[in-house]
Design a protein around this ligand. Structure first.
Ligand code: FES
Ligand SMILES: [Fe+2]
Length: 473
């Protein structure tokens, strides 16, 4: 079944275009000029017809090039553009995906360097500092539910090569990507058989829930040791999560279900996706760093994301104002809560439509539920996920849901958050990690957050060793 979007763009849009086109006065002239040609063809001699034809063609070309016709054409194009634009704003969910290097780097004055070159050069030159282990213990989102259908999906995350697939019963499974037989990648040509996955190389077949090999097509017996690692998998709120633990411990908590999302009461309003070059802990630590809200996120969002231009004093009459505090949820020690109040002011006068209160519930190291309360539009929830795809490279997504927010308002919230996060990205992509930062009393929540977050590291949590080439002359 095609989506409403597709129907609109493929059927309604050409119809609208055609109606506007044929109603233009210049075309009426053109149409009337051509019609007698066919009528007179049957009545007049060849010479008369030739003369008449030449005249009518010239008339048609004149009509075609007349200012009236060109003006109508331009107006038609502008009308179509406006209609499509308004449709996109009011009806289509936001889909904002940025690749590594797209944002958060300084791209000017680097003649001949691509965005990726700039990002890679910065990664090479940068001193990461005395960073904590790179893959914490917890639940991490690998895919959105709709992305995993019949075909198994290969993904590299948390220092492992994984395959996510959906069995024929609809249940999602996560197993190691490499087949224990001769190492083929199950995510490249592997076939789903029941709730098992069959290797594309020799057809060994593994059960999704425990990884046991259940079939070797050419062997009499399947040995007990023939098995693949199967990972704890949880599908929740439209995301597929994997449980990662350095010691292989079983999950001690699970991400909470948002009943309004899973029951379909809340509408999906879009997603933003970014790749960040930083240690995974830098991102949630932002929630306890209250002081940065009043500086980095103070300049009005229309100034954009580039830190070199947002601190423009000319525009300082318009700003975002924040108040917040962060604390640990004593009943769920893996949870921290940032309580926020935000307003937008012009010359100190608040704009009521831009005022919100919010709670950002940080559930473990890889998930945040940001619940926004707006006095007019009601509640919305932004689900943030962060997943380490390499030791110092994170995939960050923000997904917006709401029952009562109109689409344009939900998209505005999502987009403005995305712009604000892109300011953070410019800091994260270039900063170093200080294990002993110089803090003042007002920064105490940062130290508290670090102590809290340390519960997600254990003895065998993988560490990153920075290897630098020393050059001596
Ligand atoms: S490599 Fe998978 S069955 Fe041989
Ligand atoms: Fe921030």
């Amino acid at each position: 079944m095609p989506s409403l979007n597709t129907i609109f763009l493929n059927l309604l849009l050409p119809v609208i275009l055609a109606v506007i086109f044929f109603r233009s006065s210049a075309l009426t002239t053109l149409r009337d000029g051509v019609k007698p040609l066919f009528i007179h063809n049957r009545l007049e001699s060849n010479d008369t017809v030739a003369a008449g034809t030449a005249g009518q063609v010239a008339q048609a070309i004149d009509a075609f090039l007349s200012p009236n016709f060109l003006l109508s054409l331009v107006l038609s194009a502008v009308s179509v553009y406006v209609v499509v634009y308004l449709y996109q704003v009011f009806f289509v969910p936001l889909n904002w995906s940025r690749d590594e290097g797209d944002v958060g780097y300084i791209l000017d004055d680097r003649g001949g360097m691509s965005k990726m070159d700039v990002a890679n050069e910065m990664r090479r030159r940068r001193r990461m500092g005395d960073i904590p282990p790179v893959f914490p213990n917890g639940w991490f989102a690998l895919f959105r539910s709709f992305q995993v259908q019949k075909e198994p999906r290969y993904i590299s995350a948390l220092g492992h090569e994984l395959v996510v697939y959906r069995g024929e019963t609809g249940q999602a499974f996560i197993v190691d990507a490499y087949c224990p037989h001769l190492g083929a990648n199950l995510g490249v040509g592997g076939q789903v058989r029941g709730d098992c996955i069959e290797c594309p190389f020799h057809g060994w077949t593994f059960r999704g829930d425990d990884g046991k090999c259940v079939k070797i097509p050419y062997a009499e017996k399947v040995p007990d040791f023939a098995k693949i690692r199967s990972w704890p998998c949880l599908e929740r709120n439209g995301e597929i999560f994997v449980w990662h633990h350095a010691e292989g411990a079983e999950p001690s908590w699970t991400p909470p279900e948002v009943e309004e999302i899973t029951s379909g009461k809340m509408r999906y309003h879009g997603i933003t996706e970014h790749v960040i070059n930083a240690h995974v802990e830098e991102v949630p630590e932002n929630g306890a760093d209250i002081a940065h809200l009043g500086h980095l996120h103070k300049p009005i969002m229309f100034l954009g994301r580039d830190l070199r231009v947002i601190y423009n004093l000319f525009w300082s009459f318009a700003k975002h104002e924040w108040q917040g505090t962060w604390d640990i949820d004593e009943e769920n020690k893996h949870t921290g809560v940032l309580t926020l109040r935000h307003q937008c002011t012009i010359y100190g006068i608040p704009l009521p439509l831009m005022s919100i209160t919010a709670e950002a519930v940080q559930v473990g190291p890889g998930l945040v539920h940001l619940v926004i309360h707006h006095w007019l539009f009601g509640d919305a929830i932004l689900v943030h996920t962060i997943t380490p795809i390499e030791p110092l490279k994170q995939r960050l997504t923000h997904c917006c849901w709401s029952r009562s927010f109109p689409r344009f308002a939900a998209k505005l919230i999502l987009f403005s958050e995305c712009l604000q996060v892109e300011r953070d990205m410019m800091v994260w992509n270039h900063k170093t990690y200080l294990s002993k930062p110089v803090l003042v009393k007002e920064d105490s929540l940062i130290a508290k957050h670090r102590r809290w977050y340390s519960q997600f590291y254990s003895e065998n949590s993988p560490r990153y060793t920075e290897k630098r080439m020393e050059m001596s002359w």
